[in-house]
Design a protein around this ligand. Structure first.
Ligand code: CTP
Length: 403
């Protein structure tokens, strides 16, 4: 999934021949899952039609402070547009528009919006090779970079003038790659390794039977996805589940039993920065696993169980700098039991689920949790989707690294 997925992109188009390429650029943004709004300078409408960009962006296109054709002359609020955006990109950025960005000459909606933007602003220059090299252009680039804007350099090639050289607007694919790489490099968990356990474990009784539980694995998978979206590389160690995940940042290790999960966790814990134990690990397993299928014979039958190894506890014992997060599912004396677990397992944070809360638990898409940290600070959260709970958990991780 592209890092642009869900991002609100404001595209400013100025009047150069490269404006025709913004049709492809908008399409690529939409394909990446972004929301796009387009502002055009009046001159750019000679190169690409507002209808084209409006159709592709699925949004109205703005080019003036009010809609001339509209009898009520609706005001196009540049401040609202600027505040809506997660990022703004001006492509093509002509010499004229660049000079207005430098001086703050806001005689059109695009520049007024640019001056109002609080989000990161990128610009992709496009002009003839001599214009591109002109000292005023170069000093403009420097000034804009000092303002904090990010330049997507022009490329070399044939120019509209017939000359060949540097000045072509970067190809739409390259603009998208530039934005993706830049955004990825700034993700808050970039470079962090996060180990996540998920799902149930199955403890074999004989070759065809096991002791298991109803955990769907969803909470752990949502945590893994949220961590990857924040740039972390994730080791997802999961018991049997139907869930699938396709993300180059998530390495899935499938296990079946508590012992296999224990082994996989210990193999991957040493260089982890964070471990989040969301798995519903069996607490007991059959002491003896029958080699052959057990035949029904006696009227009564019992299985002797023994404790599984507590993975989280063991990680708590060997942890160095790892930020260790556990879950607790409690039905009574929730807070007290959870606090005891923090101490017993040497955790930094516990995510407490109470089965007394409606909508929380194994079979639901939602969860209601309370965070308790190792200083016993208690933070009850609202009932939310498991995706949102995952984001809350990762926000705690970010808080640990940055506060
Ligand atoms: N856990 C684990 N290994 C186990 C059992 C539990 O890593 N063998 C982890 C779970 O993934 C969870 C946390 O420990 O993050 C709490 O599990 P829970 O079953 O609620 O608590 P227990 O410590 O097993 O205690 P009890 O069942 O008595 O409440």
């Amino acid at each position: 999934m592209s890092v642009l997925n869900g991002k609100k992109i404001l595209l400013g188009v100025s009047g150069g021949i490269a404006a025709y390429k913004t049709a492809s650029l908008v399409r690529l943004f939409i394909k990446a899952g972004a929301h796009v709004q387009v502002i055009m300078t009046p001159a750019s409408k000679d190169f690409v039609t507002p209808l084209t960009l409006s159709t592709l962006s699925k949004n109205p296109v703005y080019s003036s402070f009010f809609n001339e054709e509209d009898q009520d002359a609706v005001w196009n609020n540049h401040v609202d547009l600027a505040l809506w955006a997660d990022l703004m990109i001006i492509a093509p950025a002509t010499a004229n528009t660049l000079s207005k960005m430098v001086t703050g000459n806001s005689d059109n909606l695009l520049i007024a919006t640019y001056l109002s933007a609080k989000c990161p602003v990128y610009f992709a220059p496009a002009m003839d090779l001599d214009m591109y090299k002109h000292p005023s252009t170069l000093s403009g680039f420097n000034t804009l970079k000092q303002f904090g804007n990010l330049m997507i350099p022009a490329e070399n090639g044939e120019l509209a003038s017939g000359l060949s050289g540097e000045g072509r607007m970067a190809e739409p694919e390259n603009i998208v790659s530039f934005l993706e790489a830049d955004l990825e490099s700034k993700l808050p968990l970039k470079g962090k390794k996060i180990l996540v356990t998920a799902g149930p474990t199955y403890e074999a009784i004989d070759p065809v039977r096991f002791i298991g539980n109803h955990s769907s694995g969803k909470m752990g998978f949502d945590i893994a996805k949220a961590a990857a979206n924040l740039g972390a590389s994730v080791i997802l160690i999961t018991g049997p589940t139907h869930l699938k995940v396709e993300n180059s940042l998530i390495k899935v290790i499938n296990v079946v039993s508590a012992q296999e999960m224990y082994d996989a966790c210990h193999l991957n814990f040493d260089d982890a920065d964070v471990a989040i134990a969301a798995a519903a690990v069996a607490d007991y397993k059959p002491k003896f696993v029958a080699v052959q299928k057990i035949k029904k014979a006696a009227d009564e039958f019992s299985i002797e169980l023994e404790k599984t190894k507590d993975i989280l506890s063991s990680l708590g014992k060997i942890k160095k700098n790892q930020f260790l997060i556990g879950f607790a599912l409690e039905t009574e004396n929730e807070i007290e039991n959870a606090k005891l677990k923090i101490q017993k397992k040497n955790l930094d944070l516990i995510v407490l689920n109470s089965l007394q809360d409606k909508g929380a638990g194994f079979q639901y898409q939602t969860n209601k949790v309370t965070f308790i940290d190792k200083e016993f600070k208690i933070e009850p959260m609202d009932l939310k989707s498991k995706e949102s709970v995952a984001v809350d958990i990762l926000n705690k991780v970010i808080g640990h690294f940055y506060e």
